[in-house]
Write a protein that binds this ligand. Structure first.
Ligand code: FMN
Length: 228
């Protein structure tokens, strides 16, 4: 008893013991095959690459979930445009409903389900805007019609008719010419996760689930196998 207490009181030994416990936990959780690795972003990239081979459309489409000021949940699809070293990036209109909800809560979640692979990834984390050079570069990489469309659409606000949207596109096209700048009201959001769950279908609904969690956006990951 006394010996254990003295050991825990020594910060170096306590850290070593923690590392040992983490290692034992990792071995105990038998995380192998498609779940293997020590970086969840690498695993997500590999799963997305698999989905790019098998999904007929938009393998990078994710269901982005937000809450409004009253705590009322909301969800819609967006395209995941980049998996960075420590975050996920998508792009949208900064005046849209989702943007208002992202800005006020500074938190969001998303889920992606690949039907052909029978796999799912769930992510929860904190949100920040990406309105710098990266957003400029991504905007510039889009087709001219998509760039002009971003200018023309007052996303999420009422629209009187399809014809008025097309008139707006024509007006913007005449105004902006072939090289429009990125609209100040359009850009990226970066979701830095504190939780990522990898799920794969198992026989008789005995699915495999591994949840990665950390205390904050820069914390160290811990993994747990979960019941299906
Ligand atoms: C497959 C798919 C991909 C989409 N990708 C985006 C996207 O990357 N950015 C975006 O703003 N809207 C995207 N949308 C449209 C959104 O689902 C949504 O209609 C729009 O962003 C307005 O949502 P809001 O009113 O909650 O802001 C996509 C829709 C689908 C079905």
């Amino acid at each position: 008893m006394g010996l254990t207490f003295r050991r825990l009181a020594d910060p170096l030994q306590a850290r070593q013991m923690l590392r040992m416990k983490e290692k034992v936990h990792q071995i105990m959780s038998d995380r192998g095959g498609i779940f293997a690795g020590d970086n969840p972003f690498d695993i997500a990239r590999l799963w997305l690459a698999d989905a790019e081979q098998s999904e007929p459309n938009d393998p990078n489409a994710i269901a982005l979930s937000t809450v409004d000021v009253h705590g009322m949940p909301n969800a819609r699809m967006v395209l995941l445009k980049e998996i960075e070293a420590n975050a996920f990036l998508f792009y949208t209109n900064y005046q849209s409903q989702k943007a208002q909800e992202l800005d006020q809560a500074s938190k969001a979640a998303f889920v992606v389900h690949w039907k052909s692979l029978r796999r799912q990834i769930r992510v929860r984390g904190v949100i920040e805007m990406e309105e710098g050079e990266k957003a400029d570069a991504y905007y510039a990489s889009r087709s001219l019609k998509s760039r002009l469309g971003a200018w023309a659409s007052a996303q999420s606000r009422p629209l009187s008719s399809r014809a008025s949207l097309m008139a707006e596109v024509a007006k913007i096209t005449a105004q902006m010419g072939p090289n429009p700048d990125r609209p100040p009201f359009w850009g990226g959001y970066r979701l830095t996760p504190v939780e990522i769950e990898f799920w794969a279908d198992g026989a008789f609904r005995l699915h495999d689930r591994f949840r990665w969690t950390r205390n904050g956006p820069q914390g160290t990951w811990t993994t747990n196998r979960l019941n299906p």
